[in-house]
Design a protein around this ligand. Structure first.
Ligand code: E4P
Length: 207
Protein backbone atom coordinates (compact mmCIF):
# COMPACT_ATOMS: atom_id res chain seq x y z
CA UNK A 1 0.00 0.00 0.00
CA UNK A 2 1.32 3.45 -0.94
CA UNK A 3 1.41 6.26 1.62
CA UNK A 4 0.53 9.74 0.36
CA UNK A 5 0.45 12.77 2.64
CA UNK A 6 -2.65 14.97 2.41
CA UNK A 7 -1.31 18.48 2.91
CA UNK A 8 0.31 21.49 1.29
CA UNK A 9 2.49 22.09 4.37
CA UNK A 10 6.15 21.88 3.33
CA UNK A 11 7.47 20.95 6.81
CA UNK A 12 5.01 18.06 7.08
CA UNK A 13 5.89 16.84 3.57
CA UNK A 14 9.62 17.00 4.39
CA UNK A 15 9.11 15.15 7.68
CA UNK A 16 7.21 12.30 5.96
CA UNK A 17 9.76 12.21 3.14
CA UNK A 18 12.65 12.04 5.62
CA UNK A 19 10.95 9.16 7.41
CA UNK A 20 11.46 7.23 4.17
CA UNK A 21 7.87 6.01 3.80
CA UNK A 22 6.36 8.64 1.50
CA UNK A 23 5.06 7.70 -1.95
CA UNK A 24 3.29 10.92 -2.91
CA UNK A 25 1.23 13.95 -1.96
CA UNK A 26 -2.38 15.06 -2.38
CA UNK A 27 -3.55 18.63 -2.02
CA UNK A 28 -6.73 20.53 -2.62
CA UNK A 29 -7.61 24.25 -2.83
CA UNK A 30 -8.59 24.34 0.87
CA UNK A 31 -5.26 22.81 1.93
CA UNK A 32 -3.39 25.38 -0.21
CA UNK A 33 -5.40 28.24 1.31
CA UNK A 34 -4.68 26.87 4.80
CA UNK A 35 -0.96 27.41 4.10
CA UNK A 36 -1.68 30.95 2.85
CA UNK A 37 -0.85 30.01 -0.76
CA UNK A 38 -3.09 32.09 -3.01
CA UNK A 39 -2.86 33.42 -6.56
CA UNK A 40 -2.12 31.37 -9.68
CA UNK A 41 1.65 31.94 -9.80
CA UNK A 42 2.18 31.18 -6.10
CA UNK A 43 0.06 28.03 -6.34
CA UNK A 44 1.97 26.75 -9.40
CA UNK A 45 5.31 27.47 -7.69
CA UNK A 46 4.18 25.69 -4.54
CA UNK A 47 3.29 22.56 -6.53
CA UNK A 48 6.73 22.70 -8.17
CA UNK A 49 8.42 22.96 -4.75
CA UNK A 50 6.43 19.96 -3.48
CA UNK A 51 7.47 17.91 -6.54
CA UNK A 52 11.10 18.69 -5.82
CA UNK A 53 10.81 17.30 -2.26
CA UNK A 54 9.01 14.01 -2.99
CA UNK A 55 9.77 11.25 -5.48
CA UNK A 56 6.18 10.21 -6.25
CA UNK A 57 2.91 11.53 -7.63
CA UNK A 58 1.58 14.94 -6.53
CA UNK A 59 -2.14 15.56 -7.03
CA UNK A 60 -2.96 19.14 -8.03
CA UNK A 61 -6.66 20.00 -8.20
CA UNK A 62 -8.38 22.05 -10.89
CA UNK A 63 -10.79 24.78 -9.82
CA UNK A 64 -12.80 24.77 -13.08
CA UNK A 65 -16.03 22.79 -13.26
CA UNK A 66 -16.53 22.84 -17.04
CA UNK A 67 -14.74 20.54 -19.51
CA UNK A 68 -12.98 23.24 -21.56
CA UNK A 69 -11.47 25.02 -18.57
CA UNK A 70 -10.65 21.75 -16.77
CA UNK A 71 -8.54 20.75 -19.78
CA UNK A 72 -6.86 24.18 -19.94
CA UNK A 73 -6.13 24.21 -16.19
CA UNK A 74 -5.14 20.53 -16.10
CA UNK A 75 -2.67 20.96 -18.96
CA UNK A 76 -1.11 23.95 -17.22
CA UNK A 77 -0.79 21.96 -13.97
CA UNK A 78 0.66 18.93 -15.77
CA UNK A 79 3.25 21.13 -17.47
CA UNK A 80 4.74 22.17 -14.09
CA UNK A 81 6.40 18.79 -13.45
CA UNK A 82 6.15 15.17 -14.65
CA UNK A 83 5.06 14.08 -11.13
CA UNK A 84 1.84 16.13 -11.28
CA UNK A 85 -1.45 14.21 -11.30
CA UNK A 86 -4.45 16.30 -12.38
CA UNK A 87 -7.15 16.08 -9.73
CA UNK A 88 -10.66 16.40 -11.14
CA UNK A 89 -14.07 16.46 -9.43
CA UNK A 90 -16.45 13.50 -9.88
CA UNK A 91 -18.96 15.32 -12.06
CA UNK A 92 -19.92 14.73 -15.70
CA UNK A 93 -17.26 17.10 -17.09
CA UNK A 94 -14.69 15.69 -14.66
CA UNK A 95 -15.24 12.18 -16.05
CA UNK A 96 -14.99 13.51 -19.63
CA UNK A 97 -11.76 15.33 -18.71
CA UNK A 98 -10.34 12.15 -17.09
CA UNK A 99 -10.99 10.28 -20.34
CA UNK A 100 -9.37 13.07 -22.36
CA UNK A 101 -6.26 13.09 -20.15
CA UNK A 102 -6.05 9.29 -20.14
CA UNK A 103 -5.90 9.43 -23.96
CA UNK A 104 -3.13 12.03 -23.82
CA UNK A 105 -1.02 10.25 -21.19
CA UNK A 106 -1.61 12.68 -18.31
CA UNK A 107 -2.31 11.06 -14.93
CA UNK A 108 -5.59 11.88 -13.17
CA UNK A 109 -7.21 11.55 -9.76
CA UNK A 110 -11.01 11.64 -9.67
CA UNK A 111 -11.93 13.17 -6.34
CA UNK A 112 -15.08 13.73 -4.25
CA UNK A 113 -16.08 10.09 -4.73
CA UNK A 114 -18.69 8.78 -2.33
CA UNK A 115 -20.18 5.71 -4.04
CA UNK A 116 -19.15 2.52 -5.89
CA UNK A 117 -21.06 3.74 -8.98
CA UNK A 118 -18.94 6.88 -9.15
CA UNK A 119 -15.80 4.74 -8.78
CA UNK A 120 -16.97 2.51 -11.64
CA UNK A 121 -17.25 5.57 -13.90
CA UNK A 122 -13.76 6.71 -12.83
CA UNK A 123 -12.31 3.34 -13.84
CA UNK A 124 -14.19 3.33 -17.16
CA UNK A 125 -12.78 6.81 -17.89
CA UNK A 126 -9.26 5.48 -17.31
CA UNK A 127 -8.49 7.57 -14.21
CA UNK A 128 -5.13 6.76 -12.62
CA UNK A 129 -6.59 7.17 -9.12
CA UNK A 130 -10.06 7.30 -7.61
CA UNK A 131 -10.46 9.05 -4.25
CA UNK A 132 -13.32 7.77 -2.07
CA UNK A 133 -13.71 10.04 1.00
CA UNK A 134 -13.74 7.79 4.04
CA UNK A 135 -13.97 10.34 6.86
CA UNK A 136 -16.65 12.51 5.26
CA UNK A 137 -18.86 9.40 4.80
CA UNK A 138 -18.28 8.34 8.41
CA UNK A 139 -19.16 11.93 9.45
CA UNK A 140 -22.70 11.43 8.10
CA UNK A 141 -23.12 7.89 9.51
CA UNK A 142 -22.40 6.06 6.25
CA UNK A 143 -19.74 3.35 6.56
CA UNK A 144 -16.85 4.72 4.49
CA UNK A 145 -14.84 1.51 4.75
CA UNK A 146 -17.71 -0.48 3.29
CA UNK A 147 -17.73 1.77 0.19
CA UNK A 148 -14.00 1.13 -0.24
CA UNK A 149 -14.57 -2.65 0.06
CA UNK A 150 -17.27 -2.47 -2.61
CA UNK A 151 -14.99 -0.53 -4.95
CA UNK A 152 -12.20 -3.09 -4.33
CA UNK A 153 -14.57 -5.94 -5.24
CA UNK A 154 -15.78 -4.23 -8.42
CA UNK A 155 -12.27 -3.31 -9.58
CA UNK A 156 -10.97 -6.83 -8.89
CA UNK A 157 -13.87 -8.38 -10.84
CA UNK A 158 -12.69 -6.65 -14.00
CA UNK A 159 -8.98 -6.02 -13.31
CA UNK A 160 -9.49 -2.26 -13.58
CA UNK A 161 -6.11 -0.55 -13.29
CA UNK A 162 -7.42 2.58 -11.53
CA UNK A 163 -5.85 2.72 -8.08
CA UNK A 164 -8.09 3.15 -5.02
CA UNK A 165 -6.75 6.16 -3.12
CA UNK A 166 -8.53 6.23 0.26
CA UNK A 167 -8.90 9.91 1.18
CA UNK A 168 -10.35 11.96 4.03
CA UNK A 169 -8.47 9.79 6.53
CA UNK A 170 -9.08 10.93 10.09
CA UNK A 171 -7.04 8.57 12.29
CA UNK A 172 -4.66 5.60 12.43
CA UNK A 173 -7.39 2.95 12.42
CA UNK A 174 -8.61 4.24 9.05
CA UNK A 175 -5.12 3.51 7.67
CA UNK A 176 -4.99 0.02 9.17
CA UNK A 177 -8.52 -0.84 7.99
CA UNK A 178 -7.70 0.42 4.47
CA UNK A 179 -4.63 -1.86 4.44
CA UNK A 180 -6.82 -4.85 5.46
CA UNK A 181 -9.36 -4.10 2.71
CA UNK A 182 -6.65 -3.70 0.08
CA UNK A 183 -6.84 0.01 -0.79
CA UNK A 184 -3.93 0.72 -3.14
CA UNK A 185 -3.08 4.06 -1.53
CA UNK A 186 -4.03 6.07 1.56
CA UNK A 187 -3.66 9.81 1.79
CA UNK A 188 -3.47 11.07 5.31
CA UNK A 189 -2.40 13.99 7.48
CA UNK A 190 1.07 13.59 9.02
CA UNK A 191 -0.47 13.07 12.50
CA UNK A 192 -2.16 9.79 11.49
CA UNK A 193 0.95 8.52 9.69
CA UNK A 194 3.28 9.10 12.65
CA UNK A 195 0.50 7.95 14.98
CA UNK A 196 1.13 4.43 13.64
CA UNK A 197 4.44 4.50 15.54
CA UNK A 198 2.77 4.66 18.94
CA UNK A 199 2.52 1.74 21.32
CA UNK A 200 2.92 2.06 25.09
CA UNK A 201 4.86 -1.22 25.28
CA UNK A 202 7.42 0.15 22.82
CA UNK A 203 7.96 3.15 25.11
CA UNK A 204 8.14 0.96 28.22
CA UNK A 205 10.56 -1.44 26.51
CA UNK A 206 12.73 1.47 25.48
CA UNK A 207 12.82 2.81 29.06
C1 E4P B 1 -7.74 14.28 -0.66
O1 E4P B 1 -7.52 14.15 -1.81
C2 E4P B 1 -8.91 15.02 -0.12
O2 E4P B 1 -8.92 16.32 -0.64
C3 E4P B 1 -8.86 15.05 1.37
O3 E4P B 1 -8.43 13.79 1.85
C4 E4P B 1 -10.16 15.48 1.99
O4 E4P B 1 -10.06 15.34 3.38
P1 E4P B 1 -11.06 16.04 4.39
O5 E4P B 1 -12.36 15.32 4.35
O6 E4P B 1 -10.40 15.91 5.74
O7 E4P B 1 -11.20 17.47 3.94
Amino acid sequence: MKFFIDTANIEHIEEAQNLGILDGVTTNPSLMAKEGITGRVNILNHYKNICEIVDGDVSAEVIATDFKNMIKEGEELASIHNQIVVKLPMIKDGVKAAKYFSNTGIKTNLTLVFSPGQALLAAKAGATYVSPFLGRLDDISIDGLNIISEIREIYDNYNFETQILAASIRHTMHIIDCAKIGADVITSPLSSIVGLLNHPLTGIGLD
